[in-house]
Design a binder for this molecule. Structure first.
Ligand code: F6R
Length: 610
């Protein structure tokens, strides 16, 4: 949470930072600010509550010229949303931007007698004050002494008044990546923003200090010894970070799914069979584990639930899906026979990261399914499979989710094969159906206007219920999250059989119900459950596998509010076309309500605080 940017070079820092902050805004959008070291050597700050566009207006009226600066877009934790609490924070000779939480900030306030001296309510300003306290003439020594005093997580970018043109950075857990730009050096919270400036970056190792200058970057360990950065190539195209003509990133990212699923799956099919050897996944890992436990949050956790349904039915292996945020506090049993799979788009979700570390301590083998290369969860895990979704900018996850599903299909297929459950022919048939996903999903996307029309029927709803069984329920948990996070309509997904154990009390003619029916084995029970809610007055929007429908579509007209037929795949793969349809439903509700689809209130794309 919170986006950090820094630039020092030969160009105007303010412009570079404003452009970068606009991209980084998905990490938090409560306030924005920047500090620039002017040509006279003075550090000046512009900051305000609100969006980066508000900061841009401020800078247009009263900009700061200079070629070295640090910027920030905030997701408020300590201290409300206000101009004063916006970053950067300047204390004495030190200016900082911070991502993370300094947990012991109140102790530090007392210890360094800061009560009367602070201008904000943030823990971040306290970090600046402690830095200023320790700063004599040696910046590295001051940083070292300060980080030893800070408890919690932090990514700090720092400028000292008397060292113009230089940015220092240090971190614990919260991410910072550093790039050699064509015109100078840059740092950022994630690599998404760096693609247009550089093709080379490195992840700042924890408790190392980076020193960014116009002509290069130096790295020091805590003992003050120089270290060699591990440079890696930026692997994302610049135009993947643009809206590409769509009004919102979310629509663009939904529409990109056939392509990115193809890019995730095709390189991992060898001789017609799912094959993860290029990712360095040994077959023994998949053959020998006795249990699987997924740790993930939000949408990524929902991907895990689909994975669980697949694995249990095809591989017959015990699999649990744990909320990463609960994992450490609920005595989940993991041991050396457990394969812990961490799923994360960003690879920076703090709870998922901590869960991986906890699982490793307990002897489990860990495998990460991550989108962002080199991210913390990937580095902390024994093995990693990257989803090739490219940058996902909209806060609501879409293509990251379906590429996570694609990897889970690959894992399921490979595991069934190496355990002898699938023979070569079955493994090939499974892979063939998986490779059909992009084309089938495209058919749904081509009919997006039909879903747009359906979305209008729930535009004014206060509450929406979603019902399905088995895999359909797993998809609806995600469909429901998507709807509530971007449309602000209260929505709940229920296993259809559970509704009558309480929740059906809430069903009235004012509560539209979305039902998904794609699984032959529960189809008739599902229809009985749909009748139960219809009998209580609810209008039902039905998403149904096309081969399940009555012969004449007209016979549906009086029965359902709307019906969308999903192009057919084998039941186990219907998750994919159904997911795309539910994403579009949520998208159009939000769009037609005139909401900021890509930046829903209170949310941030990357959750780096517990
Ligand atoms: C919802 C959404 C979130 C994330 C969750 C985990 O659309 O995107 O629920 O899935 O915050 O994030 P990652 O996958 O980055 O660990």
């Amino acid at each position: 949470m919170c986006g950090i940017i820094g630039y020092t070079g030969v160009k105007e820092a303010q412009e570079i930072m404003l452009d970068a902050l606009e991209i980084l805004e998905y990490r938090g959008y409560d306030s924005a600010g920047l500090a620039v070291c002017g040509r006279d050597g003075c550090v000046r700050i512009r900051k305000c509550a609100g969006r980066v566009k508000d900061l841009r207006l401020l800078c247009e009226k009263d900009g700061i010229q200079g070629t070295c600066g640090i910027g920030h877009t905030r997701w408020a934790t300590h201290g409300g949303v206000s101009d004063a609490n916006a970053h950067p924070h300047k204390f004495g000779r030190v200016t900082v931007t911070h991502n993370g939480i300094v947990e012991n900030y109140q102790d530090l306030v007392q210890r360094y007698h800061l009560e009367e001296k602070l201008k904000s309510q943030t823990d971040s300003e306290v970090a600046a004050a402690v830095l200023d306290h320790f700063y004599g003439t040696d910046p590295l020594a001051a940083i070292r002494k300060t980080v030893l005093k800070l408890k919690g997580t932090f990514a700090l970018s720092i400028m000292f008044d008397d060292i113009p043109g230089v940015i220092f950075a240090v971190r614990n857990v919260s991410p910072i990546v550093i790039a050699r730009a064509r015109s100078g050096s840059m740092l950022a919270s994630d690599v998404t923003v760096l693609g247009q400036y550089s093709r080379e970056y490195f992840v700042l190792p924890e408790f190392y200090v980076a020193v960014l200058k116009e002509d290069g970057v130096e790295l020091y360990d805590m003992a003050g010894e120089t270290a060699e950065p591990e440079w890696q190539a930026v692997n994302w195209d610049v135009d993947r970070s643009s809206k590409g003509g769509y009004p919102f990133y979310m629509e663009k990212e939904i529409m990109e799914q056939p392509q990115v699923i193809r890019e995730t799956v095709i390189p991992r099919i060898q001789g017609g069979i799912p094959d993860l050897s290029e990712d360095g996944i040994p077959d023994g890992l998949l053959a020998d584990c006795k249990r699987i436990c997924v740790v993930a949050c939000g949408t990524a956790m929902h991907a895990g639930l689909v994975g669980k349904a697949l694995m249990q039915s095809l591989v017959r292996i015990h699999m649990d899906v744990e909320l990463a945020s609960e994992f450490m506090y609920t005595d989940v049993i993991v041991d050396e026979d457990t394969l812990v799979i961490a799923i994360s788009q960003s690879g920076e979700t703090i709870d998922t990261l901590e869960a991986v570390k906890h699982a490793k301590k307990n002897g489990a083998k860990t495998l990460a399914i991550v989108n962002v290369r080199g991210a913390s969860v990937a580095r902390a895990s024994d093995y990693v499979i990257y989803t090739n979704a490219g940058p996902e900018i909209a806060v609501a996850s879409t293509k990251a989710y379906t590429t996570q599903l694609a990897v889970l299909y690959l894992l399921t297929g490979r595991m069934a094969y190496v355990r002898g459950i699938f023979g070569a022919e079955e493994a090939k048939a499974f892979a063939k159906e998986l490779m059909r996903v992009p084309e089938v999903m495209q058919k749904v996307l081509d009919r997006k206007e039909e879903i747009h029309y359906i979305a209008r029927s729930i535009l004014n709803a206060q509450d929406v219920f979603m019902m399905g069984r088995g895999l359909d329920h797993a998809i609806l948990l995600e469909g429901s999250l998507k709807l509530k996070e971007i449309s602000y309509i209260h929505s709940e997904a229920y296993a259809s059989g559970e509704l009558k154990h309480g929740t059906i009390a809430l069903i009235t003619e004012d509560t539209p119900v979305v039902a998904v029916v794609t699984q032959e084995k529960v189809k008739s029970k599902e229809f009985s459950n749909i009748k139960e809610v219809q009998s209580r007055g609810a209008g039902v929007i039905l998403f149904i596998k096309e081969t399940f429908g009555p012969e004449k579509e007209a016979s549906w007209e009086n029965v359902f509010t709307s019906v969308f037929t999903l192009p057919a795949m084998e039941d186990g793969f219907m998750v994919m076309p159904a997911s795309a349809a539910l994403q579009l439903l949520a998208y159009y509700v939000s769009l037609d309500k005139g909401l900021d689809v890509d930046k829903p209130r209170n949310l941030a794309k990357v959750v780096t605080v517990e």
